[in-house]
Write a protein that binds this ligand. Structure first.
Ligand code: ADP
Length: 238
């Protein structure tokens, strides 16, 4: 079963044709890396899935639902961007619990759930701190905890590690991969970094010029690239 589906999605910004006719089916519970050079349309595709942009044509599905016309809050997704966008005046616990609070989840359930996701991300000892008292890696963990606290059907990340230094990026790659294996969500992870995509994902979808070039497990993308562009981009040129 596909849990995330783009069907003939076209996106134009004025005269600029950013997505040509994107067809992409991500199987349930899989971690998909959406990989391609800067400007190829990755973020646009993710924003359309999240409901932050409307497609010019085509449809997007999450689970069996056509969500194309739904508001972002009705789509059962969570999103993490490269800037963590934590609420500076709130504690870590309040930041993590915010998505539950705005949906009216009562206090005891909220507290238990905050504790649970904080334990998964090993930030249980930081719950009373404010974001400014945290390191970059800790902030990123809080942003991840806040994203998964509602058990979303789809978990979307847009270059979440690009603001971290090289060493932390390496650690967080492993952590995000482990986290997604524990979640029941289908994950879409946007990156322009081949190594990140090939080492973290179950499936890699390579985009170029607003079109999908190939979708396959990392090993097949590397060993059996569909065309010259994919081969060169993943570092295994013909
Ligand atoms: P990527 O994530 O692969 O780097 P984007 O989806 O961000 O690519 O952008 C694809 C293209 O669409 C780029 O040429 C970008 O300048 C353009 N673009 C993105 N958003 C807008 C917008 N709101 N208005 C006009 N052009 C946009």
């Amino acid at each position: 079963m596909s849990s995330v589906l783009f069907r003939n999605v076209v996106k134009n910004f004025g005269a600029l044709n950013v997505l040509r006719s994107l067809d992409l089916a991500v199987p349930d519970h899989k971690f998909l890396a959406l990989l391609g050079p800067s400007g190829c349309g990755k973020t646009t595709a993710l924003r359309i899935l999240a409901g932050l942009d409307m497609p010019t044509a085509g449809k997007v599905f999450i689970g069996e639902r056509d969500v194309t016309r739904l508001q972002p809050r009705d789509r059962d997704i969570a999103m993490v961007f490269q800037s963590y966008a934590l609420y500076p005046q709130m504690t870590v616990a309040e930041n993590i619990g915010y998505p539950l609070w705005i949906r009216g989840t009562p206090e005891p359930g909220r507290k238990a759930k905050i504790g649970e996701v904080a334990a998964i991300l090993e930030i249980g000892h930081l719950l009373d701190r404010r974001p400014r008292q945290l390191s970059g890696g800790q902030r990123q963990r809080v942003a991840l905890a806040r994203a998964i606290v509602r058990d979303p059907a789809a978990f979307l990340m847009d270059e979440p590690l690009s603001n971290l230094d090289a060493r932390l990026r390496l650690t967080m790659r492993g952590e995000i991969k482990r986290l997604c294996q524990r979640l029941s969500a289908t994950t879409i992870y946007v990156t322009h970094d081949q190594v990140e995509a090939l080492t973290m994902a179950d499936l890699v979808a390579v985009m170029h010029g607003g079109e999908l070039q190939q979708m396959a497990p990392p090993i097949d993308i590397y060993d059996r690239p569909a065309n010259r562009f994919v081969a060169t981009f993943v570092g295994n040129p013909p």
